[in-house]
Ligand binder design. Structure first.
Ligand code: CDV
Length: 278
């Protein structure tokens, strides 16, 4: 945060589940996961210094963590904290990947469906620090619906954290494809919605498990304007011209003028692919 501030940043984006290891890779019972890895309050004494530093530096931030509500509901959560150190927005992950069973043949697990409930807050946009921010988490970034719902609320910047293991436990996906599909998701959705996207990852080895990293900032042109180059802790920084998206929002992706929702019904009526319409 201090380094980012030194480079002129006003908003810092941290990864998904930034306060713990990416624990959905480990088989354990829900109770154990909740005891070891979930936050029951936010802020709390362990993270207060981050909030204090944000206020001191006059920097906002986004951070992902495992949330256990007072009712005992577990979510994969992200918050935006404003420059005064106040929580200005909260998001709970909606597109949870992975499985609930113990895959004993896999090199590691991906137990998000076991450890978290589907988020109940929707894809909201928060007007804070003079920017309309949307938020999502990791797998959400691959789904066009995520960004379009926020762009329809005039989002200008979507911030997101992610943890993408280099190994796909389902098929022998080449590592370069893991990075390609990550970047193409950010780029296509930034362009098609005329928004900035800032995506922050854990990278390199975490507990001996390799993550793709490749944090990136993408302009509304769909171009990558900053990208990490190492597998170490790194700060990438961009002065984002929020008006850059206007050209796209006023012309090719002028939603009010060109969208045809009367033909998009299947997007909400159907979950999986089915037969062609009669
Ligand atoms: N933490 C994630 O949501 N990871 C997913 C996959 C790789 C399981 C992702 O889309 O990167």
């Amino acid at each position: 945060m201090r380094e980012a501030k030194g480079r002129g940043a006003e908003m810092v984006v941290y990864p998904e589940l930034a306060l713990t290891t990416f624990f959905p890779r480990y088989w354990m019972e829900e109770e154990e996961a909740q005891r070891r890895f979930f936050e029951t309050t936010m802020p709390n004494p362990q993270v207060q210094s981050l909030f204090d530093e944000a206020r001191k530096l006059g920097v906002g931030f986004y951070v992902g963590y495992a949330e256990l509500t007072p009712e005992g509901i577990p979510y994969n959560t992200a918050i935006i904290v404003d420059k005064s150190g106040k929580i200005a927005g909260k998001y709970r992950k909606i597109h949870l990947p992975g499985h609930t069973d113990h895959k004993t043949d896999a090199p590691f697990q991906h137990l998000e469906k076991k450890f978290f409930n589907v988020g109940d807050l929707g894809f909201r946009v928060f007007d804070t620090m003079d920017v309309k921010f949307g938020m999502c988490l990791c797998n959400d970034r691959r789904w066009p619906e995520t960004y379009r719902v926020m762009a329809l609320q005039s989002a200008e910047v979507v911030v997101l954290g992610y943890n993408t293991p280099s190994i796909n436990i389902y098929w022998n996906e080449p590592v370069h494809l893991r990075t390609t599909t990550h970047l193409v998701s950010l780029q296509a959705n930034a362009y098609q919605n005329g928004i900035w996207v800032a995506a922050a990852a854990k990278c390199g080895s975490e507990d001996g498990h390799h993550m793709i990293g490749s944090s990136a900032i993408v302009a509304p042109t769909g171009e990558i304007v900053a990208r990490t180059v190492s597998e170490e802790d790194e700060v990438i920084c961009v002065k984002a011209d929020l008006s850059l998206g206007e050209h796209f929002r006023e012309h090719v992706f002028n939603f009010a003028k060109h969208r045809r929702p009367e033909f998009y019904g299947l997007i909400v009526d159907r979950v999986g692919a089915g037969e062609p319409l009669a």
